[in-house]
Every structure is written in C-alpha cells, then in structure tokens.
Design a protein around this ligand. Sequence first.
Ligand SMILES: Cc1ncc(COP(=O)(O)O)c(C=O)c1O
Length: 442
Amino acid sequence: VGADREAEEEVSFRKDGAAALDWAARYLERVGELPVLAQVEPGEIRSRLPTSPPERGEPFANVLRDLDEILLPGVTHWQSPRFFAYFSNRASEAGILAELLAATLNSVGFLWRTAPAATELEFLTLDWAAQLLGLPSGWHGHIEDTASTSTIAALAAAREANGGSFVVCSEHAHSSVDKAARLLGLELRKTPSDEMFALRPDALDLTDAAAVVATVGTTSTASVDPVEVIADACADAGVWLHADAAYAGSAWVCPELRWSQRGVERADSLVVNAHKWLFTPMDCSLLWTSRPEDLRRAFSLVPEYLRTSESVDSLSEYGPALGRRFRALKLWAVLRCYGREGLQAAIRETIRLAKLFERWVEAEPGWEVCAPRHFSLVCFRRDGSDEENEEILERVNRSGELFISHTRVGGRYVLRLAIGSDRTTEADLERAWEVLRSSEAS
Ligand SMILES: Cc1ncc(COP(=O)(O)O)c(C=O)c1O
C-alpha cells in the first residue's frame, strides 16, 4: 500500500508540477494585460474563501483553479512591466525556477552540516556579487530576508562593537533604520539634508554614537549621502558606518554608476537587496561586513544540541535567524543566467527608460521633475495642489494601466515612477505617460 501511494504521489507531483509550471509561464506571458493594482476592496478576497479548512485532502488542481478564479483578482502584479511604484522589482525566470528547486530540497541551513551546499554556495555567491558590484575583496557576506533584518543585524554588531547609545542617519533614511534602533534600544538622531536630499555631514555630532547609517539611493528620491565624508567622521569618532544601498547598490554592476559607491569601501557593513533591482525573487537581502567578528559576537549562541565537530562557520551565527532558507540558489541562478553583461544590459535599459521619462516630463508644460534623477527613479508632479496630484495618482492606479507611488519632498506631494523590470519597454512607458497626462485633464 505504501509503495502504491508513493507511486501515485510521484505521478501526481509530475502532473501537478507540469500544470503549475504551465500556469506560471502563461501568467508571465499575460501579466502585462492584467490590471497592475488589484481592483478589489479590503476583505473581498477573504469573503470568497471557505472559513474553515477542508476535512479531506483535495487535489492540487483545486488550488490552481482557486488561484485563477479567486486569488488572482486580489493580486497586485509586481511582475507587470507597468509596475512603477515603490522600488519595483521583477523576479526573473531563472530565479523563479531556482525557488522551486530550493523548496524541493528544503535545506534548513542553521549549521554547515545541515546544509553544506547551501552554506558554501551562500559564501560563494556573495563573493561573486561583491566582484560584480566592485566591492572590496575579502568582505564577509551572507543573505538575510530583507534590508530591515540586515540593518538590525548591522546595528546590533555596531552596538556590540563600541557600546554607543545612538544611531545617526539623514531625515531621508528608510524607516527600517528607525525600527532597528527602536528594537535595539538605541536612540535615533536624524540630521538635516541638503538641497539634493543628501545627509549634511557638517551637522554630524558623533560623540557616544554607535553607528551612522548612510544611504545610497534613498527611498523617496534615490538621493545619495556623501559616504566618503561620513566615513572620515566615523573613523575619527570610532563609530560604525552602515551603508544602506538596498535599492541603488545593484547599479554598481555598471562601472559608470560606481561614482555613487565612493566611500562605501570604508563601511563596516553594507546592505544591497538583490530582490529590488537584481531580478531575484523576494526575498534576498545581501549583507556584507568588513568586521564579521563583531556580527558574530552580537549573534553567536551555540546551545549543546547545535555543537558539532566541524570547525566551519555557521551562517546563523551572523544574524537573528537560526533556520535559514537556501536563498543562495536563486541568486546563483540569476547571476549565472544573466552573467555580468546581461545584468549590465538590463540595469542600463531601466535607466535609459527612466531618463526618457524624465525628458518627457521636463518637456511637458504644466509638469515638473522634483528631484535629481540618479538611477531609475523619477520624482515628478503636475503644477497644482497636493490634492490634485494625489487625485492623479489615485486615478491612474485605479485605471489598472500602471501603478505608481508617492512621497513628500520639501513639504510637497510628489509622484514617483521607478523602473525595476527588464521587461518594461518603451511602449509600456509611453502608455503610462499617456494615462498620466490624460488623467490630469479629466
Ligand atoms: C533604502 C531602503 N532601505 C531599506 C528598505 C527596506 O527594505 P526591505 O523591505 O527589504 O526591508 C527599503 C525599502 O524600500 C529602502 O528603499
């Protein structure tokens, strides 16, 4: 009976697997035709689903059917070529397939012994990524789920290293810095920024500070803090420098964009999210440090049941989580299937399109670009009140044709269009601009 059941499960896994892969392929083909922002009301999807789990197991085909019929209308399509909100991100085919394989292996890497390949591939891919981005050799790199966790890990190490009591960042730093400071019991001091939305280093007072977080590519406008000058101040004061390049760090695969990396080589830690602009499925946050021993001091805790005879580093000793997914597999797949040239071409194309959009806005009477564009994010607005701009955003997002987000800079409501998909074409951008312009008239 056991053997029969196994044979049956194998057949159904192949059959369901083929159907799921076919579903995924068809989805990627047609995602550009679906409304980018889910056109549902809160609670609508849940109300269409049974309130209790089934008593008896169902065929997997039912799951696929309900994915299509019930869940899909409630999906906001991050894979759409006209998803321009936040920092848009596309999961590439190589990354998607590697996620399937990682789930199949289900490695849980809390010790080298529980996942030798996952552990060693994580070290290797982080070394590869460091080479691709032009980072110093010899840094210790590992993967966390998100930049939020990476920053918690970095600031915990900083607190351990120098016993400082507060963290400094610019007013434009991401809220994950606030959250990390709050969790770690560190005070957060925000310094003002200059007219380019970059941290003003003359305003730094680092006596008794634990760390400075310098951002390369802030969330609002992708502004770049003067990391080199901040690094001098940190070195003088014995303060940890954490660089948050969660979005813009991927741009360093292109040598012409490494001007924004200046000073990062002197950071004590650096976070870059491969799941933002490096075509890797969520979640994959790359955290490097030049001071791995400090991370280890902050996080290493080895109870008896985890002691082994191997004298090999366990990556769980460098961050908060014990059980770790095989995330390196998807990053490895992406780096191999794109190669340096493929990544450069993809990043350059997103930037070319952003430049093009910026030019269209500049050339259009009644519209203005609101912040310098460094990468693939354009901040812009229509002449008029904040309310009118908010109305434009709501209208275009409701249209389902594109999805954009907003921020507030210099006290004004500003629209943001970020390009992060290598599937976005000039035609997609033209369509987006057409919808934006027509929406102001109505
Ligand atoms: C500059 C910056 N840092 C950190 C984060 C947080 O990223 P995550 O969602 O991976 O925690 C973001 C998110 O957009 C960001 O823009």
